[in-house]
Design a protein around this ligand. Sequence first.
Ligand SMILES: [Zn+2]
Length: 407
Amino acid sequence: MGVRGLWCGPSDFGLDRATVSETVARVADHGFNLLLPEVKGGHGLLRYPSKRFAQAVQKPYDEFDFPAVLLEECRKRGVEVHAWFIDFFEGEDSPAFRAHPEWAARDAKGRCTNEEQLRGERFTGMWMCPAQHAGYSSEWLVPIYEEFAAMYDFDAVHHDYVRYPGDLAPDQYCFCDSCLQALPEWAGYTNPVFLDEPFDHALYDREYLEAHWEQSPRVLPAYWERLNRAERSRFLLEGSFFRYGRQDLDYFYYQFRKNAIRRFVDAARAKCLSARPSIQVSAAVFKNPIHSARFIGQAWNEWAGAVDTMIPMDYRDHYPGTMENYLGLLRETIGRQKCWSSEAGASRYLTGFALWPLVRGGELESNRSSHLRQVVQLVESENEEGWVMFCLGDLVRYDLWKAVGAA
Ligand SMILES: [Zn+2]
């Protein structure tokens, strides 16, 4: 049998050994053999008794060692367990942001994501900048992974939100002070020597303006230092490599973001492995890495060697149309995801799906269990390695134990 996994929220297990044990027994009895409990939440708090980040530990997880208890209960029943971390997304009251507001991602006006609107309401989440060399990634997130790997003999650590914001303003981040400085340097838009030289081409004798690219002309305008943040940001996203040339600087902007995420997954893996050589890495990623590379910096097909188990989130709300459309598109996508996972060097590819969007506007709630069976049957016929379902809380809420057992 392949993997049958379940993402699990913090409240699903209770706060004592007996409840954890009962819960693990129940899910194992229904055929699940992989659990992914959330140990770093979207509010930025940790659910393990961290010593290094004691100020970020959510009570009562400073006293109740949830991962240790869960691990023991999973081991008794042969259930694999991955520690699920919300990576670059924190709450506006998170300890990391309060201590280091300069680590947050900023838009062209210097604003944080909690000043954005999402579906008519103020967005209260805080996205952190993935690109700063000495910032949230290197000083907070990677050390958390490292500490967790050292403390617990989990089978794997699990990335989620390993990206830039998506449903929120995909092109507007990050223009923090660090990125405004680092992006032009990284992209070679100017030269550390002969700073004022434009390095125009001597001849411009070729058919196309862009054909004169290889001498690396100065891309930044001479008045760069006098531009304000918004105008610099606009130039980096919408400007042209050649004055009067194609508006192509967004290419470098998206590459810069991809590289920042890639640097993080590589660093997290290296630190986890040095803390515990047996630990593996899994990741929840968006369904199409060619698309997510452009919109959220998540080119997961290019993460060679950084992830062992790739788990694309093929949630129904990530697909258009009817249930029939979803099943048809999902079948086709699974084939492509196998190739992308193999490009990324992942040794295992699991298909992720979610319970909550299986029924949507106009469809009968009573269809939820039959939709679940259809998805499980399709996924198991197309991907013998298995699947991961979101989530335990919804399994209880919709009372789908029978349906999942039958599937
Ligand atoms: Zn930044």
